[in-house]
Ligand binder design. Structure first.
Ligand SMILES: [Cu+2]
Length: 497
């Protein structure tokens, strides 16, 4: 079992054991093989993509097994670089562990990896000089991430999203990697150390493994916090990115080479110390009644997030809005689960207030409210109102075997709900046509919340198709874009066949 600790907390015995194990792997030529495995992988197959996190998790796991072998300590874990406590004066940079900053010319002159004792290799594996560092010299004054910035990061869902690259947003992976948002956690760490940590041969600096251990730990914490948020994409990603695809430049070992093989840190025998405890579950959300007077609340502690729930009885247009002088930020989740994000809003309401208006089908919905600035505190009020449609009869009806109905997803996160009647038990095909990547859900009979089947790309190209035997009754078809940000026109039809 690998016990991974905050590098600053290692005892002097633990430091000596780890440094000796790294030096031993270097002497055996194995350390440099890890540098080459990273340097010669296809850049965009292991970075700026969904497999970024599982690829590096497996990479660390492999090095850790080698460290355990040469040290004879089966519990040796790669320590993590606790960024908020890991500035240049942190003890992890002492001469008994990583050594410190480079000199004026960038050359590391102290510690076990100093010039004359440790040589870096180029991407062909040839020795190419001493280790170089330049703490904070390339970051334009930007410091390492703080605890509250990390907490903000850990609230982002889903795991990843189309187009599955450095433009993905919202995406936990892309934010942690450092392309989305204005903080660049992983990228910043590489740039902050500078020198040998900048090119694809960055594992030449042993702090690479400490750094990626922190990245991996945050992914692990996020997974623990959102157990229902899966690795994405399952299908439709580039080579080596889907859940069950083989990842680039990953050798055979006792564990597999696919993202699915490394999703569970506990199953891989990895234990993190309690430097960052998994936060206690939040209190149950406060229930808000639709169209009731506004509920007053207060963010008393910086970074606090308030949780609410409301129930929609039948398809209707719902508005969630805050009032008051605080700069609020709201996120809507559901239906019927607290983790599938539907929409977010910062200043859509009056002044700095937030507002979301959406057509929602029947179900339970969850709203989180925080203040835009993680440092701020202040009060606000929240209210949820619905413009009632007179029951389901207000839903557009699809006539079985009639010509297709044309419609469009015209805003982010929009979903269109239709009803149709089945008079006699028979095979029915519900399908979309057009060039939009639709996602179709079928509910019923006679219950708008009873999910029967979902389909993404079962139709032509990116269209959806569901074909099954339906008994007599009323059914509901919901169409949304596959991507939460996507919009586009489509047609939908129901045929008896
Ligand atoms: Cu990398």
């Amino acid at each position: 079992m690998a016990i991974r600790k905050d590098a600053n907390t290692l005892s002097s015995t633990e430091r000596t054991e780890l440094v000796n194990a790294i030096l031993q792997l270097k002497a055996e030529g194995i350390y440099d093989q890890f540098v080459l495995r990273h340097a010669n992988a296809t850049m965009m197959a292991i970075h700026s993509c969904p497999a970024f996190l599982p690829w590096h998790r497996r990479f660390l796991w492999d090095l850790e097994k080698e460290l355990q072998r040469v040290s004879g300590n089966p519990n040796l874990g790669i320590p993590y670089w606790n960024w908020p406590e890991g500035g240049e004066n942190a003890s992890m940079w002492d001469d008994d562990l990583l050594g410190g900053d480079g000199d004026a010319g960038g050359i590391v002159r102290s510690g076990p990896f100093r010039s004359g004792r440790w040589t870096v290799v180029n991407s062909s594996g040839r020795a190419s000089g001493p280790l170089e560092r330049g703490f904070g010299r390339n970051t334009n004054g930007i410091n390492l991430p703080t605890h509250s910035e990390i907490e903000q990061l850990l609230q982002i869902t889903p795991y990843d999203t189309s187009p599955w690259n450095r433009d993905s947003n919202p995406s936990f992976r892309n934010s942690l990697e450092g392309w989305a948002g204005n903080l660049s956690f992983h990228n910043l760490g590489h740039v902050w150390v500078g020198g040998s940590m900048l090119p694809m041969t960055s594992p030449n600096d042993p702090v690479f493994f400490f750094h990626h251990c922190m990245v991996d730990k945050l992914w692990h914490q996020w997974q623990s916090r959102f157990p229902s948020q899966a690795y994405l994409p399952v299908t439709g990603g580039n080579m080596g990115q889907n859940l069950t695809a083989t990842m680039d430049s990953t050798p055979f070992a006792s564990i597999g080479r696919r993202p699915i093989d490394v999703l569970d840190s506990n199953a891989l025998g990895i234990v993190y110390d309690n430097g960052f405890e998994i936060p206690p579950p939040p209190p149950p959300p406060l229930v808000i009644n639709l169209n009731a007077a506004a509920t007053s609340a207060n963010i008393a502690t910086a970074g606090e997030v308030d949780q609410y729930r409301f129930d929609v009885a039948s398809f209707s247009e719902v508005t969630i809005e805050t009032s008051g002088s605080s700069d609020t930020f709201i996120t809507l989740f559901g239906p019927n689960n607290a983790t599938d994000q539907i929409a977010q809003n910062d200043d859509g309401g009056d002044k700095l207030n937030s507002k979301i208006t959406l057509n929602l089908s029947a179900g339970k919905y969850y709203v989180s409210v925080r203040l835009f600035s993680p440092e701020a505190t202040g009060s606000y009020s929240i209210k949820v109102s619905s413009k009632s449609n007179s029951g389901n009869s207000s839903l557009p009806e699809l006539i079985v075997d009639a010509v297709a109905t044309s419609a469009a997803i015209s805003a982010k996160n929009e979903s269109d709900v239709y009803r149709f009647s089945v008079t006699r038990r028979a095979f029915h095909t519900i399908e979309t046509t057009g060039t939009t990547d639709t996602f179709l859900s079928l509910f019923g009979p006679d219950d708008e919340t009873l999910l029967i089947e979902q389909n993404d790309d079962g139709g032509a190209r990116f269209n959806s198709r569901i074909r099954r035997i339906l008994a007599a009754g009323e059914y509901y078809a919901r169409v949304r874009h596959y991507s939460p940000d996507g919009t586009g026109a489509y047609s939908i039809s129901v045929k008896k066949k």
